[in-house]
Design a protein around this ligand. Structure first.
Ligand code: C2E
Ligand code: MG
Ligand code: MG
Ligand code: MG
Length: 282
């Protein structure tokens, strides 16, 4: 064996790399028929306004493979590399639109946020596919929010701009997810006609330290550039309070609710609509 030739640490390092590679290959293989085998499902995490009332849900993908939940952080990049994200992403959009239609059967005006990968957005049929879903499920366009990351704006700005504005003409809203973690944050929001930014969880986690001034700065920019702000990853009442003091209009995080199974999200919504939160002074 080669073992003796390597310094101990290097050998461990190589073993780690090999394990990672092996896992990737295994998961990739398993992802091939995952959609057909119904191994994917969506969970829905509420987003609330400044009064605590639920205004929308974010659809989050889950994959159950060999009795375990694999995180989307791991399997989404694999599906991007294989191109499988295009077909699966369409399934996500359709599932989310079905749930959205059901949530609005009494015209509650609830929105649905769907994460869209760059690869999916690049696909020629993307705009048409979204339009067809909106029609099939009779969804007012403005209730559908597409979440994209900053990286989407780094290449082929003309094409991206065109697709964004075609969908915006149908009322569809765009959010920049994980805002502040990419390379181009400020130029992106200056050049693009964005409706929301979602302040990345890392700034919220750090809000009792330096995060506060960054959140305040983002709020100031949002006022002058005319987009709205959602804080993601709010976990404590202290964080919520500081965000409220900054004037953040929308929040999402474990403090309000974890992502919920579809049926539980529908129940959650029914209860929220029946008894809206009591706000001091109102
Ligand atoms: P994201 O879009 O930024 O979604 C937020 C993530 O933070 C979710 O993780 C959510 O469960 C988690 N989260 C929410 N509140 C809290 C909190 O208070 N504390 C903490 N620690 N985490 C919180 P999840 O569901 O594991 O998804 C991870 C990422 O995978 C998403 O980040 C998104 O980038 C991607 N993703 C998920 N579903 C889809 C999908 O259908 N399509 C695409 N293209 N990407 C997806
Ligand atoms: Mg998101
Ligand atoms: Mg995010
Ligand atoms: Mg994220």
């Amino acid at each position: 064996s080669q073992k003796g030739k390597y310094p101990e640490r290097l050998a461990f390092y190589n073993m780690g790399l090999e394990r990672d590679l092996h896992r990737k290959i295994t998961l990739n293989e398993a992802l091939k028929g995952a959609l057909e085998r119904n191994e994917f499902r969506l969970m829905y995490q509420p987003i609330v306004d400044a009064t605590g009332q639920v205004v929308s849900f974010e659809a989050l993908m889950r994959w159950r493979y060999q009795e375990k939940e694999i995180s989307p952080v791991e399997f989404i990049p694999l599906m991007e590399q294989s191109g499988r994200i295009v077909q699966t992403g369409h399934w996500v959009l359709e599932e989310a639109c079905k749930t959205l239609a059901q949530m609005n059967k009494h015209n509650a005006g609830i929105c649905m946020c769907v994460n869209i990968s760059l690869i999916q957005f690049y696909d020629k049929g993307f705009v048409n596919n979204v339009n067809r879903l909106i029609e099939r499920y009779a969804i007012p366009g403005h209730l559908l929010h597409l979440e994209v990351t900053e990286s989407i704006f780094q290449s082929d700005q003309m094409m991206i701009n065109q697709k964004v504005s075609q969908l915006q003409q149908r009322g569809v809203k765009f959010s920049v997810d994980d805002f502040g973690t990419g390379y181009s944050s400020l130029s992106v929001i200056q050049n693009m006609n964005i409706d929301y930014i979602k302040i990345d969880r890392s700034f919220i986690q750090n809000i009792e330290l330096k995060g506060l001034s960054i959140v305040q700065a983002m709020m100031n920019i949002s006022r002058s550039l005319n987009f709205s702000v959602i804080a993601e990853g709010v976990e404590t009442d202290k964080q919520r309070q500081l965000l409220e003091e900054c004037g953040i209009p929308f929040m999402q995080g474990y403090y309000f609710s974890r992502p919920l199974e579809r049926q539980n999200a529908l129940v959650y919504l029914d209860q929220a609509l029946e008894s809206p939160p009591v706000v001091n002074g109102l």
